[in-house]
Design a protein around this ligand. Structure first.
Ligand code: IVH
Length: 690
């Protein structure tokens, strides 16, 4: 490709990637598949690797991987980054109105914008000629810290504005009727935070791999933004909403409502906002927000009431660091204190032990709370939480309430320090700790609690989906000794079930039918159902794409597994360990014997960008019609495969022709897949395997 063409392609890729990134992360309406997106990203990386001098800070490739900074450099804000005064009820909001009305009678005719007060971290984003060039924390309001590299990793942060427009030409996807004017210089204020659902997912993932879970979204967001290594920030699900223009050149909106619309038209994510013509309307809207606050996807502690007219806002001036023209209208507190009566311990599916607080019941925002999470044993020790303490407890959105810490000043001396259990609270076997992990585990595979959790997971809707097999029946089956592992479900007999309380003919037949039906589920579901640490639905689906059945997966090495995108050493190790455990080998044998052995009939995908046969080992035997001996070897190697002479458990495929030798027998003995040359061609051409 000529230099000009390469440059053209580079620009085209960047434009496309910015656009699809925006559709995906900001609009939530992707128009292309992840695969297509990845392909474009790979191509762009190739070009940039060839021409490093063409790499620009706004390139989509720059969201990750900038080298760690030495420390943070200070940045002076173009205007003070102010905070807000608080009102805790309608009366205080009216008092605010009276105060400012006295200062300026225009307030009587003012209208207002109401926005959620997002519980995150203020950031100040600088754009020059539409390119994101610098971003800072709030700091002391005058000087912030330069966290540009970290901010670049946030997918919803526009690296270049306007985003959302594929080309300069207007098209149906364009964001506004006319192309917005981009000022040469624009400084935007926003809030960086982690959504509640992303936070839960992050913790579930960490829990599954035995890592330390995070205590709350705000601290996690703050810790992530202040990482010296941006590649760590990139792994956290940070997001952003922008709500103010701090400085800019050229004509800028003169109302808050107009600012939000303008920011939105440039492609910035903005909070949902409402506009009201009077303070009474604001106050009644507040009551509705209080009701609906659990529906918000992030933590909030109130609303921000802003005088819409920005001119009036600025004329009203500032008291201390608080502008008079806006006020935070706080929601009723969701943080209370109560007594920690005791600490309980749950045993999870993987045997991980998690402590939870047993609380003196307390009402938090209309919900009676009796239990709250204590995260992990280190948290209890770090915070020096003692049984009998008064503790701060918080409830946000729909997430499980959590303990924040003790009220040390309320101690009377009767509080008892807590020691983690040395034995499993259910089976009483000693607990263990893995190197590099914070969690403690019950490693007794026969622990009834683990067995129950495992079965519960195995039959769940997203796994083997055995309808009608609820937790109650699972507990009965375990208690009666009818199942000792999940493979036993498939050999249950009608007579066994009829012995259980509450079982009559029909119920037993329905359950047996549901168990039978689950045999036809996909390999991905079965892999999910096995409950390997760190292997959820997504990883399971990836594995099923690479390994046609459990046999091949069982033989996979760390190296094979780590070749798959999204599988790191922790998960790879967990998979290898799982398949090596004798108890699991036995369960697999039982599953196979019971006919629970799905084989994936879908495309055998290779890591994006890799050759179609990459990672596969072949042995050829017999005479092929369309290839010479050397020719077939070359063909396989050219497409990324490896050719060896003898068949072993590491062989993925044996390609057979006329008059095959003993290699075929060996392949059959070892259960290695035997294919013809046509299938080999198809593997290369379409990735098809069946
Ligand atoms: S306006 C002069 N709007 O709340 C403008 N602030 O205690 C003052 N915050 O430090 C800020 N959501 O980090 C504004 N929609 C929103 C907000 C918001 C969250 C934070 C901001 C500020 C703090 C004020």
């Amino acid at each position: 490709m000529s230099e000009t063409d390469l440059r053209k392609r580079l620009n085209e890729l960047r434009r496309e990637l910015h656009y699809h990134n925006y559709l995906y992360f900001v609009k939530n309406e992707p128009k292309i598949s992840d695969y297509e997106y990845d392909q474009m990203m790979i191509e762009l990386r190739h070009i940039e690797a060839e021409r490093p001098d063409w790499v620009t800070p706004d390139s989509p490739t720059q969201r990750i991987g900038a080298p760690p900074a030495e420390g943070f450099v200070k940045v002076r804000h173009p205007a003070p980054i102010l905070s807000l005064s608080n009102a805790f009820d309608a009366q205080e909001v009216r008092a605010w109105f009276e105060r400012i009305y006295k200062l300026d009678p225009r307030v009587a005719r003012a209208d207002y914008v109401l926005e959620p007060k997002i519980d995150g971290l203020t950031v100040v984003l600088h754009y020059r000629q539409g390119v994101f060039v610098q971003g800072a924390t709030r700091g002391d309001g005058y000087l912030g810290e330069d966290i540009t590299a970290n901010l670049r990793t946030i997918r919803t942060l526009p690296l270049r504005i306007p985003v959302g427009q594929k080309t300069g030409i207007r098209n149906e996807e364009s964001l506004s009727e006319s192309r917005p004017l981009i000022p040469d210089y624009l400084v935007v204020r926003g809030e960086v935070f982690i959504r509640l659902d992303d936070f839960e997912k992050l913790n579930q993932k960490l829990e599954a791999t035995g890592e330390r879970t995070y205590v709350n979204p705000r601290n996690t967001a703050s810790g992530s933004l202040r990482q010296l290594d941006p590649s760590i920030t990139a792994q956290r699900p940070l997001t952003l909403l922008c709500y103010a223009i701090v400085a800019g050149e050229g004509e800028l909106p003169d109302t808050q409502w107009g600012s939000l619309a303008y920011l939105r038209s440039l492609g910035f994510p903005v909070p949902q906002a409402e506009r009201y013509a009077s303070l009474d309307a604001v106050i009644s809207a507040y009551s509705q927000w209080v009701e609906r606050r659990d529906e918000l996807p992030y933590e909030t502690d109130g609303l921000v009431v802003k005088i819409n007219d920005l001119r009036l806002q600025s004329d009203l001036g500032v008291v201390g660091r608080e502008p008079r023209g806006s006020i935070a209208f706080k929601f009723p507190a969701r943080e209370v204190t109560t007594r920690l009566l005791d600490i309980g311990v749950n045993v999870g599916r993987t045997g991980v032990l998690t402590p939870y607080a047993i609380l003196e019941p307390v009402e938090i925002g209309g919900v009676t709370v009796k239990q709250a999470t204590l995260h992990n044993f280190d948290f209890i020790a770090d915070k020096d939480i003692r049984v009998g303490d008064r503790v701060h407890v918080k409830r946000a959105g729909d997430v499980i309430p959590y303990v924040i810490g003790p009220v040390r000043s309320a101690r009377t001396g009767v509080e008892r320090p807590y020691l983690p259990p040395q034995t499993c609270p259910v089976c009483r076997e000693p607990v263990e700790h893995y190197e590099g992990e914070v969690a403690w585990y019950c490693v007794n595979t026969a622990c009834p609690e683990q067995l129950i959790r495992n079965l519960e997971h195995f039959v769940a809707r997203h796994a083997m989906d055995i309808v009608g097999l609820g937790i109650k029946i699972v507990e009965q089956l375990v208690a009666e000794g009818l199942v000792g592992d999940f493979a036993d479900l498939y050999t249950l007999r009608r007579a066994d079930l009829l012995k259980l309380e509450g079982f009559a003919d029909k119920k037993a037949d329905n359950l047996l039918a549901a168990i039978q039906e689950s045999k036809s589920h996909s390999l991905a579901r079965l892999i999910t159902a096995l409950g390997i640490r760190g292997v959820g639905e997504v990883v399971a689906a990836d594995l099923a794409r690479f390994f046609p059945d459990l046999d091949t997966l069982a033989k996979a090495t760390m190296e094979d597994l780590e070749r798959i995108e999204g599988i790191g050493p922790n998960i790879a190790q967990a998979i290898v360990d799982w398949f090596n455990r004798p108890a699991n080998v036995r369960v697999l044998g039982k599953l196979r014997a019971a006919g629970v052995w799905p084989r994936e009939k879908i495309a055998l995908e290779k890591p994006a960008g890799a050759l179609p046969l990459a990672g596969l080992t072949f042995v050829v035997t017999g005479t092929l019609a369309g290839f010479t001996r050397e020719g077939v070897k070359q063909f396989i190697q050219e497409h990324g495969g490896k050719v060896t002479d003898s068949v072993s458990s590491k062989t993925d495929f044996v390609v057979v022709g006329e008059n095959p030798g003993s290699k075929l027998t060996k392949a059959q003995e070892l259960g290695v897949q035997v294919i013809g040359e046509d299938r080999l061609r198809r593997l290369v051409e379409s990735g098809e395997i069946g």
